[in-house]
Design a protein around this ligand. Structure first.
Ligand SMILES: C[S@@+](CC[C@H](N)C(=O)[O-])C[C@H]1O[C@@H](n2cnc3c(N)ncnc32)[C@H](O)[C@@H]1O
Length: 284
């Protein structure tokens, strides 16, 4: 499995469903504020996967047109099949390819969309070679008064109590080297990336997803969203272990500690925060 193929995997798509259920309570108030009282809005969702989050987030009446861009043709086709209609369109597209702006321009002409009132990027910048370049290119597609909303992981803000043997740190250290995990500190750099790319009125809306004592269902969703995929990634990478002692050590660490970490996270009295940054900005 290559770095990009992971996004078509059924486990990954199930994980995204749980992650989106978890994030709804954090993203909804921000989105509502940006779109309430406005009508005829045009939205661009970059890295939309199978379009299920796109359809759920932007089905409200304030939004008139939604364009989803997705690297994988199969995922874009599935998004089109399940959610495509006069309002939602989905296009396979590598947003890091050189001709991306021209391709998007041509598609917008065809769909009679002049510009977007909202650019939405959720867990995609962390997987790009050059996120600042994409942000710069996207700015020209914003309508006057338009806004961008970026959601990204920031593991440096993650905390777990109690955690007497620092298992969370051990886990996140391994995750930071997972070739499928992307840049796990991306959320921390988003405000600076937006500033460098010419955006203004940058606002950090939320920094962590939290579960307190007793919030057991939420802790299950947090574990599924942010912890479940590392053992799967390491299993996929197993054939490379012969040449990579760090991979071997990581798998051994996971075999010895993953169960205990799971127990700690899911325990009634655990207090956990996972770093997820939600940042908004305007095009000016
Ligand atoms: C972690 S998933 C997030 C999906 C969705 N935005 C969400 O939050 O549930 C990242 C998505 O971005 C897509 N992606 C990554 N690099 C891309 C690129 N260069 N061009 C277009 N899509 C890309 C992946 O294929 C994947 O579907």
């Amino acid at each position: 499995m290559s770095g990009m193929e992971v996004f078509q995997d059924s486990n990954e798509r199930h994980r995204l469903t749980v992650q989106n259920r978890l994030l709804k309570q954090y993203e909804r108030p921000v989105l509502s504020r940006l779109i309430s009282g406005r009508t005829g809005l045009r939205v661009l969702d970059v890295g939309c996967n199978d379009g299920s989050k796109t359809a759920e987030w932007f089905s409200c009446g304030n939004v008139e047109r939604v364009v989803g861009l997705e690297y994988h043709e199969e995922l874009a086709a599935e998004a089109r099949r399940c959610h495509g209609n006069g309002k939602f369109v989905f296009m396979p597209c590598d947003v890091e390819s050189e001709d991306f702006p021209e391709r998007l321009c041509r598609a917008m002409e065809q769909w009679k969309i002049e510009a977007f009132d909202l650019l939405y990027l959720s867990f995609v910048l962390m997987h790009l070679e050059n996120p600042a370049l994409l942000l710069k290119k996207l700015r020209r597609f914003l309508a006057p008064g338009g806004q961008i909303i970026v959601v990204e992981a920031n593991d440096s803000a993650s905390k777990l109590e109690p955690d007497p043997h620092c298992l969370l740190k051990g886990f996140l250290d391994i995750l930071s080297c997972d070739p499928y995990g992307g840049d796990r500190q991306c959320g921390k750099t988003v405000p600076e990336l937006l500033k460098k790319s010419g955006y203004g009125n940058i606002s950090v809306e939320s920094m962590t997803v939290d579960a307190r004592e007793g919030e057991v269902r939420k802790k299950h969703d947090i574990f599924e969203s942010f912890f479940s995929y590392l053992p799967q990634d390491l299993a996929v990478l197993r054939q490379k272990e012969a040449d990579d002692s760090r991979l071997r050590d990581s798998r051994k660490w996971i075999e010895s500690n993953y169960g205990e970490l799971r127990k700690l996270v899911l325990s009634e009295r655990a207090v956990i925060s996972m770093g997820i940054s939600i940042v908004t900005a305007s095009g000016e």
